[in-house]
Design a protein around this ligand. Sequence first.
Ligand code: ADP
Ligand code: MG
Length: 210
Amino acid sequence: MASRPLFIVFEGVDGSGKSTQIELLKEHFSKEGEKAYVTNEPTDSPIGSLIRNVMKGRLYIPPAAVAALFAADRLDHIDNSVNGMRKKRDNGYHIIASRYYFSNYAFQGEFVDIDWLVQLNRLAKETFPPDIIFYLNVDPKTCYQRIIQGRDDIELYETEAKIKKVHHAYLKHFKQLGQDEHIVLLDANKKAEAIADDIWDAVLEFKNKK
Ligand code: ADP
Ligand code: MG
């Protein structure tokens, strides 16, 4: 049942299961004989690597500039001529992306004016809108447990508090800025395979409506 390639975005806090579900979805497409291209933000482009350096604390850039870098990385992600998402989609690939502009809202909205942030992302939203945005809705405590499993180098309190904050920011921005978006909130406390089934059902439902 090949159809026009979809652009599917996964959003969620760290440890919510994005990478896990993205792999399962890609496999499912592949079983159906459809090509899917998996990609992430921040990207591995020069702009993305600048952002990673900031995230790791190796480089300090003021928050508004960081927010703008994320938006710039996104525009490059869409349209760069080497491996841009638009080109991939034109070549028949479904695009499955971990993070898009709602990550920008949820993470940087705390530090910069949200209307400005929305403006920064206007081109991305207008010229390369997601068909479906999946939010992996997990209890922040559960996420935290998943992340710390096997690790002992984490600032316990800070990390869990941060996850909670970002989770609530996502929900707020979906409500305030998501009216014209196709957002699917998934109960992602379940087993990975059960979540993958819910995702596939939503993908089929979307395709059938087209
Ligand atoms: P993200 O990409 O959102 O940070 P991952 O997919 O890397 O999340 O998952 C984080 C951790 O949680 C990994 O160790 C993964 O194996 C585990 N995990 C993912 N989904 C589930 C699930 N539904 N139930 C239990 N553990 C999960
Ligand atoms: Mg991941």
